[in-house]
Design a protein around this ligand. Structure first.
Ligand SMILES: NC(=O)c1ccc[n+]([C@@H]2O[C@H](COP(=O)([O-])OP(=O)(O)OC[C@H]3O[C@@H](n4cnc5c(N)ncnc54)[C@H](OP(=O)(O)O)[C@@H]3O)[C@@H](O)[C@H]2O)c1
Length: 277
């Protein structure tokens, strides 16, 4: 599904680097340290702060790294999966990981509420594995948000995609042709290509963002470009409330690292945040 986007991304890499050096609209490189400082809402055990985190999609490209990094940092993690067998052996043996089985295509409110109860933050890397699952991002996020509200949790961070706000939806029938911050290559090439390749899934992610804007939670939608398998670098660009020029690629481990950092960032609440190399 992402092959065409990958080709476009690779072809555009030199341009991306060039733009990166000269960009002034975004925050400078983020040099990320392991997930600290930790939120004020964290408890402290033996001098080391901990959070209670619930992760949806912990078997996905981004989600598996969120799970691994959160677990390694010593947080108490609830991993919500539809198939526990897809989790690595570490997750099954780690003392700070609880596994909850739930399929968001048939949400069970009781199971979801139990999964998010007491969570300092809920993180979702939910996405469809095949065309037949298109629609799961908006419907699944709704189910997660309902559970969060039912138990009185607040913080919700989800993965979204660059370009989705240019897609018409019922609440935004005339979306902007260009996301604030992007350059002509993204406007005329990569975003139209993504819309064409991803089809209804792109609309589904846009619907999720529409839903979040009316949602009574402390949400953040982290927009990513093409996700690539690359070792964690800790160096990437971010933008709050707008897109990034030449946002073509991000590694899954770096996306996960930033997602965990967002937990504590009050300036990211109720906002779209973009990450890219
Ligand atoms: N990949 C990219 O280049 C890219 C680019 C831009 C935006 N995004 C968006 O970013 C998000 C995360 O992407 P990703 O590539 O990390 O996702 P991914 O690898 O496709 O993983 C999706 C995750 O969602 C889970 N899931 C799917 N349906 C479920 C259901 N009914 N109930 C419970 N869990 C379910 C999957 O579980 P299973 O392991 O059981 O299938 C998996 O853990 C997606 O929404 C995607 O659209 C991705």
């Amino acid at each position: 599904m992402f092959l065409l986007l990958a080709v476009a991304s690779l072809a555009l890499t030199p341009r991306a680097r060039l733009t990166h050096r000269h960009s002034t609209t975004e925050e400078p490189h983020v040099h990320v340290s392991p997930i600290s400082p930790i939120s004020q809402i964290s408890e402290t055990e033996k001098g080391k702060p901990r959070m209670k985190l619930t992760i949806f999609g912990p078997t996905g490209r981004v989600g598996q790294h969120v799970l691994a990094q959160a677990t390694a940092a010593g947080h108490h993690v609830t991993a919500v999966v539809r198939n526990p067998g897809k989790l690595g052996a570490d997750a099954h043996t780690a003392p700070n990981v609880r596994i909850v089985t739930a399929d968001l295509s048939e949400p069970d409110p009781g199971a979801l509420e139990s999964a998010v109860d007491g969570a300092d933050a809920v993180l979702s890397g939910l996405g469809p594995r095949k065309k037949a699952e298109h629609g799961i991002v908006s419907s699944g996020t709704r189910a997660i948000a309902d559970a969060i509200q039912a138990v009185g949790a607040r913080r919700l961070i989800v993965v979204s995609g660059v370009g989705v706000s240019t897609v018409p939806t019922p609440s935004r029938p005339h979306p902007p042709k260009r996301e604030p911050g992007v350059g002509p290559v993204m406007q005329y090439l990569t975003t139209p290509l993504a819309k064409r390749v991803l089809g209804h899934h792109f609309v589904d992610v846009a619907l999720m963002e529409d839903f979040l804007h009316g949602c009574d939670a402390d949400w953040t939608a982290m927009r990513v470009p093409l996700i690539v398998d690359k070792p964690q670098t800790g160096t990437y660009r971010t933008a709050y409330g707008h897109n990034l020029r030449a946002a073509f690629r991000i590694g899954q481990a770096d996306a996960a690292q930033f997602m965990l950092q967002l937990i504590d960032q009050r300036q990211a609440v109720g906002k779209i945040v973009t990450i890219a190399y």
